[in-house]
Design a protein around this ligand. Structure first.
Ligand code: CDP
Ligand code: MG
Length: 706
């Protein structure tokens, strides 16, 4: 085979990639497939029987040059010989998109459809990654998304009876295990991004270890970043490890001489400097939060356009988990063309949360800016509070960030902290989520899976006994577990909701009260994005927010936004005129629909107080309290609040909509900045709390409790 001829590959019908290694038995060491073509031979897609499109061949050429292809044969051999296999490699080597397709080659189409136990499931810790990667793989396989290749993420899926390859979040696979404990529908499970050690992946590891013993026919592939692969190897009794070579080009790392006072400002300044002084190539900037990212995107675009034709055009693209897959595609687009024929080169600038560290690999990035911070959520079981704050990243994270360049050419990484700080201040690694999370929902899931002995469950890193005790306690308070730790009927219902048990309880409570089905945590969690406040239109956006304001609290204000959005026919331009985030509302609407489906399936009533009834808002506040009765704070004489359960001194977050300081409030979360703030708060009554505890207010609902 003459590798020089590879550029012609798309002119001819290429043999199906399965053929490269199997039928034609061609050497796959380096030049694999590039030169393989047979003229005038039409090849049909074995998954849908249609001839391949030209795009398929174009993509195939790129795919076969990815590093994993060099080890395809080694992989297939090890896969055949072993039940568990660990794959390690740097981002961008093709693990996520290609390994699943290699695995598919081992599956016989006809028997697959006949026996039904054929699916390949590939888990992702992030829903956006699952959605976007499945689309990409469907394109690469030349099939329609939602048919042969699909995805399933929290509250949304796109699959059919024909689906053979499903990308799903780790949380969804865990939920599937509840109804199908031995995961019979899968033949192969790929745990991708296992190194990220998300809570659900950690639990899945333990669950799968048990399932593999009972199902010798099930195979597991664990994909990890190189440094963490050994740990998975020893967890799975020394399973073979295949290392995929990563970056091909050197990356220069630069540190600042002095610590930066304001990392956001420093990051923006560095972007502009690179654009002014460095040769063409994309820039990737890591920032902490969505609002910060949106602000930075505006600011960068503004600064560059202010400099006129001294600089080439830029395309500034945000990247965070609540984007739609369509918006995400922008990160893979080429940079903008020069404005004139001889004009300066354009540049693509991606501004991202730490989601870009491993979940998305963008090939044409040449410069990375790492300010050294990320937003972390940490649960403190002693006071039962989730703290979210911006904190320094770990050395492992810094390494991943610098690894985002150097794939196609030399790269540069600008760390906006000193070398001394890197060496002395950064922790070696990020703690797995299970060690820093509220595990109430996880415990509920494990109970539902029939795993009662949580102390002896084979966790890779067991959660702190205190966190486990707290979770059991919370579930007991909620009535999900009885005093002996057994799942109650209510607990079973709550485990069906892919939500924090508090919110699940709120919905169950609402079904027994004449109130509207309230939308949920995803809505709350996109709150920072619900109201858009661009710097240029600060005044107008504040006025717009005031128009939705409900003086009894933020939850009700959000409800007003939602109603207004529906009244205005879900119109995108209405959203931008009113400074609310269209994407966030569309997402909330979808979540609301999905939750309604779950409630119908569980035979829970969907009822609503008439909007004109004067108890409309009061009933909603009561339902909120039914779920959040443990997140209540009381106003003290000095003007601050004290959390009822743990006596923490907290303050109302300045973003709140209240026009007064209520005696009692419920809150969604604690945020630690200059002080400890409670965010998303709503006024509730002390006497409702009393009624909740004396079981009067939700008497019809409490019949579900033991
Ligand atoms: O998983 P890993 O980081 O090893 O790589 P991957 O996600 O499989 O990506 C392999 C290649 O596909 C990279 O060159 C990506 O840039 C490209 N890709 C893409 O162009 N569009 C996507 N939606 C996903 C991946
Ligand atoms: Mg990957």
């Amino acid at each position: 085979m003459d590798p020089k001829r590879k550029s012609k590959v798309s002119l001819f019908a290429v043999v199906d990639e399965a053929t490269f290694t199997t039928k034609l038995n061609i050497d796959d060491g380096g030049t694999t497939a590039h030169g393989v073509y047979i003229s005038n031979m039409s090849v049909v897609n074995r998954w849908n029987g249609r001839p391949y499109s030209q795009r398929y061949y174009d993509m195939l050429e790129k795919r076969t040059s990815l590093p994993v292809w060099r080890q395809k044969r080694e992989f297939l051999k090890a896969f055949e010989d072993n039940q568990v296999l660990i794959i390690a490699g740097e981002p961008g080597s093709g693990k996520t998109t290609q390994i699943s397709q290699f695995v598919l080659e081992t599956i016989d189409v006809e028997s697959a459809y006949k026996h039904k136990r054929f699916m390949v499931g590939c888990t992702q810790p992030h829903r956006l990654a699952a959605m976007s990667v499945s689309r990409r793989v469907a394109e690469e396989m030349d099939v329609t998304i939602g048919e042969e290749v699909g995805y399933s993420v929290r509250l949304e899926d796109s699959i059919s009876d024909k689906t053979v390859l499903k990308y799903l979040t780790d949380g969804i696979l865990l939920r599937e295990a509840i109804n199908d404990p031995l995961l019979w529908r899968y033949k192969v499970i790929i745990l991708d991004e296992a190194n990220e050690r998300s809570l659900a992946t950690d639990v899945l590891l333990g669950v799968l270890k048990g399932v593999l013993k009972k199902r010798p026919d099930l195979k597991l592939v664990v994909i990890s970043e190189t440094h963490k692969a050994k740990k998975f190897q020893s967890y799975f009794f020394g399973a073979p490890l295949i290392k995929v070579p990563g970056r091909l080009h050197p990356v220069e790392i630069f540190y600042t001489q002095e610590p930066e006072r304001d990392y956001l400002e420093a990051a923006i300044r560095t972007v502009v400097q690179i654009h002014m002084c460095e040769p063409p190539g994309g820039i990737l900037v890591f920032l902490a939060g969505e609002q910060e990212i949106e602000d930075a995107c505006h600011k960068i675009t503004e600064l560059v356009s202010e400099m006129g034709d001294q600089l080439g055009p830029v395309k500034v693209v945000p990247l965070f988990s609540t984007l739609t897959p369509l918006m995400l595609n922008k990160i893979y687009e080429p940079p903008p063309s020069p404005l004139t024929k001889d004009g300066l080169a354009g540049r693509k600038i991606v501004v991202s949360t730490n989601i870009a560290e491993t979940s998305f690999s963008i090939d044409d990035i040449v410069y990375v800016i790492d300010p050294g911070f990320a937003k972390q959520k940490v649960y403190n079981p002693r006071v039962h509070v989730d703290f979210s704050f911006v904190s320094p990243i770990s050395k492992a994270s810094a390494h991943l960030r610098s690894g985002c360049v150097g794939r196609t050419q030399r790269g540069k990484c600008f760390r906006l902290y000193t070398e001394k700080s890197f060496k002395n201040d950064l922790q070696p690694k990020t703690y797995p989520e299970i060690l820093r999370s509220n595990i109430a929902h996880t415990v509920l899931t494990l109970k539902k899976l029939g795993i009662d002995d949580l102390i002896h469950f084979d966790f890779m890193d067991p959660p702190a006994p205190e966190a486990l005790m707290r979770a059991l306690e919370v579930l007991n308070y909620l009535g999900a577990l009885d005093d002996n730790g057994n799942l109650t009927k209510l607990g079973e219902i709550l485990s069906e909701f892919p939500l924090d048990p508090h919110i699940g309880k709120m919905l169950v409570a609402s079904s027994n009260m004449p109130i509207s089905l309230f939308y949920d945590k995803p809505m709350f969690s996109v709150i920072p994005n619900c109201f858009v406040q661009p710097r240029k239109a600060q005044k107008a956006s504040v006025e717009a927010k005031a128009r939705f304001r409900h003086i009894d609290g933020d939850h009700l204000t959000l409800l007003n936004v939602y109603h207004a959005y529906k009244r205005n026919n879900e119109d995108e331009s209405w959203c931008s005129e009113n400074f609310v985030n269209y994407r966030a509302l569309k997402f909330a609407d979808n979540v609301r629909h999905q939750l309604a489906c779950i409630m119908i399936r569980l035979n829970l009533k969907l009822c609503s107080t008439d909007f004109n009834n004067r108890d409309y808002y009061t009933n909603i506040r009561k339902a909120l309290l039914a779920g959040y009765f443990m997140q209540v704070a009381h106003l003290e004489s000095k003007g601050h609040y004290l959390t009822m359960k743990d006596n923490l001194v907290v303050h109302l977050h300045p973003s709140n909509c209240l026009d007064h300081k209520p005696e009692w409030v419920i809150y969604n979360e604690c945020v630690l900045t200059s002080k400890l703030f409670i965010q998303t708060v709503t006024d509730v009554r002390g006497q409702w709390l009393v009624l909740i505890f004396t079981e009067k207010i939700f008497s019809s609902f409490f019949h579900l409790c033991p």
